[in-house]
Design a protein around this ligand. Structure first.
Ligand SMILES: [Zn+2]
Length: 393
C-alpha cells in the first residue's frame, strides 16, 4: 500500500491525547487571552499615569531640569519604571505562576525575579534612549516624524541585535563551543554543507530556565551565531539534525534582514497611524491630562496608548510575518537534514506548549510558528515524495 501523508500525520496526532493534549491546548489558548489582558493592562497603566497627572508632573520636573533632548530621556526612565510596576502583577502571574502551574519553568522566584529586573533595566535603557531620539525627530518634523521615527527605531533594533550575542545573552546564559562527539560532527557537517561557518555554532545552558527544546540564530553583521540548547542536546541525533537544519535555514535565507525590512514597513504604517491618532487623542483629553502637545515629552504615555492599540490589532500580521519565515526554515531544514520522521517527532515534543491542531484561522491569528499538525504534515508529505531515496533517516 502506498504511503499516505494524511494517514501518517493522523497517526502522529493520535500520540498526543487525553490529559496531555487538554493541558497543552489550555496553556496555549490561555495565551490568546493574555494578548488581550496585556493590551488592557498597558492601556490602564498609561491612563492612570495620565489621569492622575503623573505624566504632566514628571514632564514639568524633567523640563525644569534639562534642555528638551535630555528632558525626554529623564522623563522616560521613571515613566517606564512606573508603567512596569503598574503592570507587574499581570506579568508576574503570566510569566512566573502560570509557567509553574503548567510545569514549564525550572526557576525559583528569586532567580526568576533577578533575571526580570535585569531585563527591565536593559529594556528601559534602550526604550528611554529611543524616546530621546524619536522625541527629537517629533520636535523637528511634528507631522511627518513617523518617517525619521521608523528609521531610528530600526537602527536601534539593528544595534541591539548586533550587540546581543556579545553583551546581552551572556548575562542570562553560558554559551560554549559544542563539545566534541558525534553530535558536533553531524551539526558541523550540516553547517558547512550549507555555507555556515562552523565557528558560529554554540551550545547554551537553557535548562537553567526551562526544559523547552530549542535552538536559535542571533546577531547581525559579524556577530551572527547559531546556538542549540542543552535540552535539545539530550534528544536523538537525527532530531538534533532536524532542528539545527531548520536554524541553518534562518541563517542561510537571511531571515534577520528580511524580517527587519518587513518590520520597517510595518512600523512605518503603525507610526503613521500613531502620528495621526495621538494629536486627535490630545485634542480630546490633552487639557485634562495637562499634556501641552506633541513636543511635550509627557506625550509618551498617550503615544504608547495609540501604539499598543495598533499593535494589538496587528497581532495576526506580526504573527504571520514570523510564522511565514518559520515555515520557510522548516522546508529548508527538511531538504538539508532529510529526516522527516525525526522532524515530526520534534514537532510532537514541542506541542507540550503549543496547541497541536488549531483551525486554519486560529493558526493565522495566534501562531508565530507553524502548528504541530502543519509541521508533521509538511514532513510526511516530504517523506511521501522522497520514499525509497537512500539517505533518508
Ligand atoms: Zn525557527
Amino acid at each position: 500500500m502506498a504511503f499516505d501523508p494524511e494517514l501518517a500525520t493522523q497517526a502522529y496526532m493520535a500520540t498526543l491525547k487525553g490529559a496531555a493534549r487538554a493541558k497543552s491546548d489550555a496553556y496555549f489558548e490561555g495565551g490568546y487571552w493574555l494578548i488581550l489582558w496585556n493590551f488592557l493592562a498597558a492601556l490602564a497603566a498609561n491612563l492612570i499615569v495620565l489621569r492622575l497627572g503623573w505624566a504632566a508632573r514628571l514632564s514639568r520636573w524633567a523640563r525644569g531640569r534639562a534642555g528638551p533632548t535630555l528632558a525626554a530621556l529623564i522623563f522616560a526612565v521613571p515613566y517606564l519604571l512606573l508603567v512596569t510596576l503598574l503592570t507587574s502583577p499581570l506579568a508576574i502571574y503570566a510569566e512566573f505562576f502560570r509557567e509553574h502551574a503548567y510545569g514549564l519553568s525550572n526557576q525559583g522566584f528569586a532567580e526568576w525575579g533577578g533575571e526580570q529586573l535585569m531585563i527591565i533595566a536593559i529594556n528601559s535603557a534602550i526604550a528611554a534612549l529611543l524616546w530621546m531620539g524619536v522625541h527629537g525627530v517629533i520636535r523637528r518634523w511634528p507631522t511627518n516624524w513617523w518617517v525619521g521615527g521608523t528609521a531610528l527605531t530600526i537602527a536601534v533594533m539593528m544595534v541591539t541585535i548586533t550587540l546581543a550575542p556579545l553583551y546581552l545573552e551572556p548575562l542570562f546564559n553560558r554559551y560554549t563551543p559544542l563539545p566534541d562527539g558525534p553530535v558536533k560532527t553531524a551539526v558541523l557537517k550540516l553547517a558547512r554543507a550549507n555555507g555556515v561557518p562552523a565557528s558560529n555554532v554554540y551550545l547554551v545552558d537553557a535548562s537553567r530556565q526551562s526544559d523547552r527544546i530549542s535552538a536559535n540564530v542571533a546577531g547581525l553583521f559579524g556577530t551572527t551565531r547559531i546556538a542549540l540548547n542543552d535540552n535539545l542536546l539530550k534528544q536523538d541525533i537525527n532530531e538534533i539534525r532536524a532542528v539545527m537544519a531548520h536554524e541553518l535555514g534562518h541563517y542561510v535565507l537571511n531571515h534577520v534582514w528580511k524580517f527587519l525590512l518587513s518590520l520597517a514597513l510595518l512600523i512605518a504604517v503603525v507610526f503613521a497611524l500613531v502620528a495621526k491618532g495621538t494629536p486627535w487623542l490630545l485634542t480630546r483629553f490633552g487639557q485634562r491630562w495637562e499634556i501641552e502637545g506633541m513636543t511635550d515629552p509627557g506625550v509618551l504615555p498617550a503615544l504608547m496608548i495609540m501604539l499598543s492599540a495598533v499593535f494589538f490589532v496587528a497581532t495576526p500580521i506580526t504573527n504571520s510575518l514570523i510564522r511565514t519565515q518559520e515555515q520557510e526554515a522548516d522546508m529548508f531544514g527538511m531538504n538539508a537534514a532529510r529526516a522527516p520522521d525525526s522532524f515530526a517527532r520534534i514537532a510532537m515534543k514541542l506541542s507540550q506548549y503549543r496547541k497541536i491542531e488549531p483551525s486554519p484561522l486560529e493558526e493565522m491569528v495566534f501562531f508565530d510558528h507553524p502548528s504541530g499538525h502543519t509541521r508533521v504534515f509538511t514532513a510526511m508529505r516530504w517523506k511521501a515524495e522522497h520514499l525509497g531515496e537512500p539517505d533518508i533517516r
